[in-house]
Design a protein around this ligand. Structure first.
Ligand code: ZN
Length: 79
């Protein structure tokens, strides 16, 4: 796993603790989450086969790193 900044972990934890993460759908291949951030809503998808999280936010698509939304989902799943 790549190095994560403490700030992102803290942010993700806060999102999870304040109940901003909703698990929408759990299918055999994917789990769909919605994370309500401070300004917008984000969709996070967990690919079960690849064990990979993807988020639609800019941070994730620009840096290819786990963003706070993904972290929030990981906390929810107890990873
Ligand atoms: Zn994100």
């Amino acid at each position: 796993m790549e190095k994560l900044s403490k700030e992102i972990i803290e942010k993700g934890k806060k999102l999870f603790e304040s109940g901003k993460v909703t698990k929408d759908l759990d299918t055999p291949k994917r789990i769909y989450f919605t994370v309500r951030g401070t300004t917008e809503k984000h969709s996070v998808i967990f690919e079960k086969e690849k064990k990979e999280y993807n988020c639609d936010c800019k941070f994730n698509s620009l840096h290819h790193k786990r963003c706070s939304h993904i972290l929030a989902c990981m906390f929810k799943e107890g990873v």
